[in-house]
Design a protein around this ligand. Structure first.
Ligand code: IPM
Ligand code: MG
Length: 372
C-alpha cells in the first residue's frame, strides 16, 4: 500500500528526531512492502521565519490531505527567541493549537509506560515502582482554557488578564466515550480527573462522565481531584490505567507522568478526531538547548510513528514490530543521555553495562531490529 504522510519537522530538536522516525518508517516500508510518501509541512518558528505566520492555510490543507501527520516539535526559547516578541496569536504554539482545532483533534492519547530496562532512570524508589506501570493519559485537546476567550486590558490603570475555561457537554461526552472505549481494551479502569470542588466546568465534567460510565458497566471508574492526582502519580502510579481529563490538567499531568517513566523523551502521543486521521508527536518540547547536538532521544517520536501505523493506517503488526525493536535496543543497553541510569542507581542495581548513543545511532539501532 502507498500512504501519504504529512511531516512537520518543526523547530529545535524536531528535525533531528523526525529524521529518525522517518528512517524507521522507511525500514517498516521496505520490510512489509509499503510506500510512505512524505509531504513536508511547515509549522511553528520555521514557518514564522519563512512566511510570517506559524501556520499557513496551505499547510493546513496539506495536513488535511494526508492519511496522517507525523510531527517533531515546535517553538523556541521563550526568554530569548524573537518569535516570542510577536503577539501571542502569531507565536509558534499558536500554529499547533490552530492545527489541532482545524482538524478537530479532540482526543489526545499519551501512553506512559515504564520499560523494565529503564527502571534505573525512573526517579521513584524501587518499592514504589514494584512491577512497573502502564497508563494512558486521555487528554481533551480542543477545548477548555486553551481555546476560551482571552484578553488583557487596563481596568482603571490596573492591567488585568482573563482566560476563560468553557466546556460543553458534547465536548465532554465525546472524549469520555473515547476514554472508556480505550479502557475496555486495556485493564478496564478509568480515573476521571477534575477540580469539581472549585470549578463549574469540572462539575459538568463529572456529571457527564458519570452518564457515559453507565454505558460501560464492565469498566470501573473513579473521580479524582487534579491536585490529588498529581500526588498519586508519584506516590503510587501503578493504580492508574486510563486517566481521563481536560486540556490543561492533561498538559500538566502528562509531563509529570513522563518523568515517572524516566524521561519525557520516551513519551509518544496521538491526537485523533472522529476519522482515522491523526497527528502524532512526541509529548516533549523542542528543547532548544540541545538542538543540533545530535543527542536528543528520538524514541518518543519513533513510538509516535508506531501509534500512527496502528491508529491511522491499521498496520498493527508493523506497529508491534517497531515497539518490539525499541524494547530490544533498550534491552541491549543502548541509551540516549536522558535515559542513562543515574550513577547511584547503576551501582545499586548492579545492572548490565549500558552504552550511551546519539540520536541517529539510536534510530539506526531500532531499524536494525525490524524485520530480522
Ligand atoms: C503539549 C505542549 C503544547 C500544549 C504547547 C506546545 C502548546 O506542551 O503538547 O503538551 O500545551 O498543548
Ligand atoms: Mg505540554
Amino acid at each position: 500500500m502507498e500512504y501519504k504522510i504529512g511531516v512537520i519537522a518543526g523547530d529545535g530538536i524536531g528535525p533531528e528526531i523526525v529524521a529518525e522516525a522517518r528512517k524507521v518508517l522507511d525500514r517498516v516500508g521496505s520490510v512489509y512492502g509499503h510506500t510512505f510518501c512524505y509531504e513536508e509541512i511547515q509549522m511553528g518558528g520555521c514557518s514564522i521565519d519563512a512566511t510570517g505566520v506559524p501556520l499557513t492555510d496551505d499547510a493546513i490543507a496539506a495536513a488535511k490531505a494526508s492519511d496522517a501527520v507525523l510531527m517533531g516539535s515546535i517553538g523556541g526559547n521563550t526568554a530569548t527567541s524573537p518569535w516570542y516578541q510577536l503577539p501571542p496569536d502569531r507565536r509558534p504554539e499558536a500554529g499547533l493549537l490552530r492545527l489541532r482545532k482545524e482538524l478537530n483533534l479532540f482526543a489526545n492519547l499519551r501512553p506512559a509506560y515504564l520499560y523494565d530496562e529503564l527502571r534505573a532512570a525512573c526517579p521513584l524508589r524501587d518499592e514504589i515502582i514494584g512491577d512497573g506501570f502502564d497508563m494512558m493519559i486521555m487528554r481533551e485537546l480542543t477545548g477548555g482554557l486553551y481555546f476560551g476567550e482571552r484578553k488583557t486590558e487596563n481596568q482603571n490603570g490596573v492591567l488585568t488578564a482573563t482566560d476563560t475555561l468553557t466546556y460543553s457537554e458534547t465536548e465532554i461526552r465525546r472524549i469520555a466515550k473515547r476514554g472508556f472505549d480505550i479502557a475496555r481494551k486495556r485493564r478496564k479502569k478509568v480515573t476521571s480527573v477534575d477540580k469539581a470542588n472549585v470549578l463549574d466546568s469540572s462539575r459538568l465534567w463529572r456529571k457527564i462522565v458519570e452518564e457515559v460510565a453507565a454505558d460501560y458497566p464492565d469498566v470501573a471508574y473513579e473521580h479524582m481531584l487534579v491536585d490529588n492526582c498529581a500526588m498519586q502519580l508519584v506516590k503510587d502510579p501503578k493504580q492508574f490505567d486510563v486517566i481521563l481529563t481536560e486540556n490543561m490538567f492533561g498538559d500538566i499531568l502528562s509531563d509529570e507522568a513522563s518523568m515517572v517513566t524516566g524521561s519525557i523523551g520516551m513519551l509518544a502521543s496521538a491526537s485523533l478526531n472522529d476519522t482515522k486521521f491523526g497527528l502524532y508527536e512526541p509529548s516533549g518540547g523542542s528543547a532548544p538547548d540541545i538542538a543540533g547536538k545530535g543527542i536528543a532521544n528520538p524514541i518518543a517520536t519513533v513510538l509516535s510513528a508506531a501509534m500512527l501505523l496502528r491508529y491511522s493506517l491499521d498496520l498493527d503488526a508493523e506497529a508491534d514490530a517497531v515497539e518490539a525493536a525499541v524494547k530490544q535496543v533498550l534491552k541491549e543497553g543502548f541509551r540516549t543521555i536522558d535515559i542513562m541510569p543515574q550513577e547511584n542507581a547503576m551501582g545499586e542495581s548492579g545492572q548490565a553495562e549500558v552504552t550511551q548513543v546519539g540520536t541517529a545511532q539510536m534510530g539506526d539501532l531500532i531499524c536494525g531490529h525490524i524485520g530480522v
